[in-house]
Every structure is written in C-alpha cells, then in structure tokens.
Design a protein. Structure first.
Length: 280
C-alpha cells in the first residue's frame, strides 16, 4: 500500500485550519495531530492502524481526532460535494491543551490513536465562530498563540465529553461533565449540578474528588475563570460584565482568583492578549 507523510513546516503556526472539499483517495499519515469534522455532504473515511483498521460512512457532524502516524484517506462520492473542517495541531500545543483538561488525557489519546465523536449543528456553529475569530485579520500574530490554545481546549472539551466509551471516561465522569458544562456559568451552579445528578452529597463529593482530582467548587471556578479569560480576549465587555457572565458574583473575588490562576490581573491579561489590542 503506497502512502505519503504530511508534515508541518518549521516556523508555521502551532494550529492551522482550513475547509476542504478536495478528493483525497490516497492513503497518507501525518507527523502532527489532526481533528476534522464534516460540514456538509457525505464521504467514506478509511484508516489503517494495525488492529484498528476501519472504514466508516460519514455525514454532517461526524468527527475524528487522529494521532500522528495513523494512515487514512477520504473517499468522496463522485459529483456529490462534501466539505470538512480540518485542524492541524502541533504535538506541543496538543499536550499543553490536554494537560489543561486532565493530566492523563494526552496519554489516553495516544493510546487510542483514533477517537470518533459527533458534533451537533449548534456545536459546529460555535466552533466555526471561534475559528473565524482566530483567522480574523484584527487578531495580531502575537495574540494568536493564546487564542489557538483556547480554541483547542474548547474542541478537546467536546471530544472529552462526546467521544463515547473508547477513551475510557467513566459513566460518572461523563454524566458529571455534561451537567457541569450546562450549568457552570449559572450563579447557583454547584447546587444545580448536584440536583441534576441526584447523587448522595457525601458520596458525590468523594467520588468527584477521586475522578477529577479536585473538588466540584474548585473545578467550576477553574472553568469560570477560563471562560472569563476567553471573554477578556475576544470581547469588549467590562470587567464586571465578564465576571457576571462567568457566573462569579463578586468582582473582588474574581480579580483575586484570576490573578492566582493566571499570574496577572484581568486588566493586564486583556491588555496583553486581547485580539482588539494593537500589536506591540
């Protein structure tokens, strides 16, 4: 079987993305990580990775994460258009983003080699909006690295929650992640999450700490601060509005927690990373 290897050029961005509808019937592999999802149409995806050889029909919303070295190809139907979003990710950025979600996530991905997941229309619209911001001309080069990381963390969060049983996430963890994702920016998030899951309070607290390595309160705060950082980078919201939209009621508490997590104040973080600030 003839194959060819695709590599990232030295000095190129750590994350590159494009939409393609080209036929690519030849088997190939990459020296980088690849994430793709079907935007419209249908195609056949075929891969070769030792015992995990496979072939699957794909349609809008079907998505894959491919590790370096996995041989695969797309077969598009003749005269029937099919476009997919392709994201090319350098290993160093993938490792950093995975560590942000869970320390073992990068290793789990490497063990799996191929992870399949599915995005709903609303998920695709959200990711496409973030990608548009990343590609915008008003996003100076010295800001893009931060935004690349935030974008990848967002996508990996979808994968973490939606990829099925193949990535060894426990049922408790998956159910909890879904509840947290729906509620973490709401003022009463902790009680809403516990109520939705319905576990005994003591059992849930112990189980959560064992599965996530921190308390629910700590985990929710971390997600809120990440979202606040995203708002600071991509919007002109006031500090108070960023705080409120992130689910944190006290601006003073928000500033102190933000500084502890990111090593700087929200104002300085915005000045250094905002896509609307001038390049220095």
């Amino acid at each position: 079987m003839d194959t060819y290897t695709m590599s990232m050029a030295p000095g190129s961005p750590d994350l590159h993305t494009h939409i393609t509808g080209d036929r690519d019937d030849n088997f190939h592999n990459h020296s980088f990580f690849e994430i793709f999802y079907i935007l419209n149409g249908e195609a056949t995806h075929e891969w070769r990775d030792g015992y995990k050889n496979g072939k699957e029909e794909l349609s809008t919303g079907d998505a894959f994460l491919m590790c370096p070295g996995v041989i695969h190809r797309f077969i598009r139907k003749k005269d029937e258009p099919c476009e997919h979003r392709d994201l090319v990710i350098r290993s160093s950025l993938m490792h950093t983003a995975c560590e942000f979600i869970e320390p073992n996530f990068f290793g789990n991905i490497f063990n799996e080699k191929i992870i399949r997941f599915r995005l709903e229309d609303v998920d695709i619209a959200h990711l496409e909006k973030m990608i548009h911001t990343l590609l915008s001309d008003v996003n100076p080069d010295n800001k893009k690295k931060q935004y690349e990381k935030i974008l990848l963390i967002e996508i990996l969060s979808y994968i973490y929650m939606k990829s099925g049983d193949s990535n060894n996430i426990s049922g408790f963890k998956r159910k909890t992640m879904n509840a947290v994702n729906k509620n973490y920016v709401k003022p009463d998030a902790i009680n809403l999450i516990r109520s939705e899951l319905g576990y005994n309070k003591i059992y849930f607290s112990r189980k959560f700490k064992a599965e996530f390595g921190e308390t629910l309160t700590e985990y929710v705060l971390s997600l809120r601060l990440n979202y606040a950082a995203y708002l600071l980078m991509t919007t002109s919201c006031s500090l108070e509005e960023c705080c409120n939209r992130s689910g944190i009621e006290s601006v003073t508490y928000f500033i102190n927690a933000f500084k502890k997590k990111f090593g700087t104040t929200p104002g300085k973080y915005r000045h250094a990373n905002s896509r609307n600030s001038s390049s220095r």
